[in-house]
Design a protein around this ligand. Sequence first.
Ligand SMILES: Nc1nc2c(ncn2[C@@H]2O[C@H](COP(=O)(O)OP(=O)(O)OP(=O)(O)O)[C@@H](O)[C@H]2O)c(=O)[nH]1
Ligand SMILES: [Mg+2]
Length: 194
Amino acid sequence: MIGESSVGKTSLVLRYDKRGFNSKFTTTIGVDYSDRMLTIDGKQIKLQIWDTAGQERFHSLTTSFFKRAEGFVLCFDVSDRASFESVARWMKDIEASGKPDSDVVLVGNKCDMKERAVAKEEAQALAAQFRVPYFEASAKEDVNVDAVFSTVANNIKRRLDAKAAPEGGGAAGGSSSAPVSLTAAQPPKKKACC
Ligand SMILES: Nc1nc2c(ncn2[C@@H]2O[C@H](COP(=O)(O)OP(=O)(O)OP(=O)(O)O)[C@@H](O)[C@H]2O)c(=O)[nH]1
Ligand SMILES: [Mg+2]
């Protein structure tokens, strides 16, 4: 989990972990860890989530975790223009400090907010420019939270399976173009995107 401070990274993790939502802001100090079991293609997978602090003073510490990450959930706040404008800089950090083929998902959080500072189309265009999937989410109202983590987990698994497969052959578990079913340990809540 990466992105500017207060965009809602910790809130997304807590919501995904079925720990509800807290409107009180407790900034992350350094990096927090949590994990969740998922079933992908009938296999039990442990999704390890590193929730990094967005504050600048932790920047060198948090980017030192990047090289071990298989995927990034890059978050901004749709009601905070500056957090969106920092996305390109975070992408550069991934490029500089992350694995070259890591999977990235861009998330515009707080889509429940009436006053937006970033249009959905604008965020979609930026995501397309970086060739990454884009989700509008709300940790508060539980919109698209499971979808964000499912997408990043599926993309990582597909990539790692393809890498492990012998040249020209399909990996056990399916080719990269086959749809991958992912069932969370608990059934995901369905909610329309706002
Ligand atoms: N309206 C609304 N508020 C949210 C949402 N997600 C988080 N918040 C609020 O935004 C504030 C910051 O949330 P955090 O999850 O702590 O932000 P963070 O990105 O982890 O911040 P750092 O740990 O400092 O990097 C808190 O007051 C949350 O309650 C959301 O989806 N909608
Ligand atoms: Mg946090």
